[in-house]
Design a protein around this ligand. Structure first.
Ligand SMILES: Cc1cc2nc3c(=O)[nH]c(=O)nc-3n(C[C@H](O)[C@H](O)[C@H](O)COP(=O)(O)OP(=O)(O)OC[C@H]3O[C@@H](n4cnc5c(N)ncnc54)[C@H](O)[C@@H]3O)c2cc1C
Length: 360
């Protein structure tokens, strides 16, 4: 049976400090495992990150999330009770140059308070409260090496980390591919099979409040847009904890449009998405001016198709999980990270039981 050869579970490296990696880390440390999380960025969060300007904080990735999974609903209930998340949006619209209609959706949605990245910051602090843990930021992992003692990680500066008995990769599949390809054909093929789409996300801080669009309420919070370039607009100052901010918009582009404009200058993208937004108001409407605006390109924003597998792992101690394994949603990522950790724990408990049984 292959599980007999699996390494023990005592010292794990996780690549990626997005919600998948941090959910995975928290479940493992609860089980007494030593965990080091690596991320190439300067802060945790990944696609739940927030741009922090002097004037405003603007969510650049996920804007609001659902909680359908029972375990994730429990986590969200705890976060709600501690003020880390809040219900948002309450006032949502469907908008096009032809008009605005209230968009009724009975499914509750939540956002981080006072910003989306508060959730991943909380998860990062929570796992680091356990002994034998570390969060290694600004560390781009470029290669994995296998030795008789376990897995060694190598960063872009040539520094080495390890040995670890397991490595969990939570990056989008194209970023995991060069790391797993020399070692595991099955995992490499899984990465190649999970194509990713790109998305431009622009932001704009305005010098005054927006006028109320015809047929809508002045307190609208989010709008799904029918326009070839722009698909969603959210008003960050309507999110709980950010009421003091000036009018500050996140403007999400359509995936097709993003891919056509993938190599454009961020400023040009911000201009195009703002121009698209202005078509939602009658032509003679005076609009506030933009104080600052630009755009962020998410090269690997979401998988092109949903999958039904939550994670993958190999007997050599490599595992992969993340939103590409189910659907591009915050809750899918959390569930994938949590369940992959649980699968590693269950397998190690099973292996220990089999080996103590065979030693009797
Ligand atoms: C524009 C946009 C809008 C979205 N809107 C919503 C929404 O409204 N609702 C919703 O539910 N979901 C939304 N999503 C999806 C949601 O954000 C993701 O499903 C979720 O955040 C994915 O988390 P993750 O941890 O799996 O991946 P990520 O957050 O991408 O984390 C992976 C981490 O790996 C790091 N990394 C990559 N390669 C390396 C390496 N070699 N070495 C070290 N670190 C590395 C990255 O820096 C990153 O921090 C949106 C996503 C985008 C991009």
């Amino acid at each position: 049976m292959t599980t007999v050869t699996s390494p023990s579970l005592s010292n794990v490296a996780i690549i990626g400090a997005g919600i998948t990696g941090l959910a995975c880390a928290n479940r493992l440390v609860e089980h007494g495992v030593a965990v080091t999380v690596f991320d190439k960025a300067r802060g945790p969060g990944g696609r739940m990150s927030t741009k922090r300007l002097d004037q405003a904080q603007l969510d650049l990735g996920a804007q609001a999330f659902t909680a359908r999974d029972p375990a994730f609903r429990d986590a969200v209930a705890d976060w709600l009770a501690s003020g880390l998340v809040a219900r948002w949006p309450i006032v949502s619209y469907q908008a096009s140059p032809n008009g605005w209609q209230l968009h009724h959706d009975s499914r509750p949605r939540y956002t981080g308070a006072p910003r989306m990245s508060a959730i991943t910051r909380h998860l990062a602090a929570r796992f680091q409260a356990h002994p034998q843990t570390a969060l290694q930021l600004a560390t781009l992992i470029e290669a994995l090496h296998r030795s008789p003692k376990g897995w060694q990680l190598q960063d872009a500066q040539g520094r080495g980390y390890g040995p670890f008995d397991h490595v969990v990769l939570t990056t989008p599949p194209p970023q995991a591919l060069p790391l797993v390809a020399p070692w595991e054909t099955t995992l490499a093929e899984a990465c190649q099979a999970r194509e990713q789409r790109s998305c431009w996300a622009a932001w704009a801080v305005l010098d005054g409040p927006l006028p109320t669009p015809p047929g809508s309420q002045s307190d609208w919070q989010m709008a799904r847009i029918e326009h070839p370039a722009l698909r969603l607009v959210s008003r960050n100052q309507t999110k709980p904890g950010r009421e003091h901010q000036p009018e500050s918009l996140s403007l999400m582009a359509h995936l097709d449009w993003s891919e056509t404009h993938l190599e454009d200058d961020p400023q040009a993208v911000a201009e195009s998405l703002w121009a698209a937004f202005t078509t939602l108001f009658p032509a003679d409407t005076p609009l506030p001016l933009r104080v600052t605006s630009s755009a962020h390109r998410w090269r690997y924003a979401q998988p092109s198709t949903a999958d039904d597998q939550l994670y993958l792992y190999s007997d050599s101690g490599l595992a992969m999980c993340g939103d590409s394994f189910t659907a591009s949603r915050v809750e899918s990522a959390w569930v994938s990270g949590t369940q992959s950790a649980q699968a590693l724990i269950d397998r190690s408990v099973h292996n220990r039981a089999s080996s103590s049984h065979s030693n009797k």
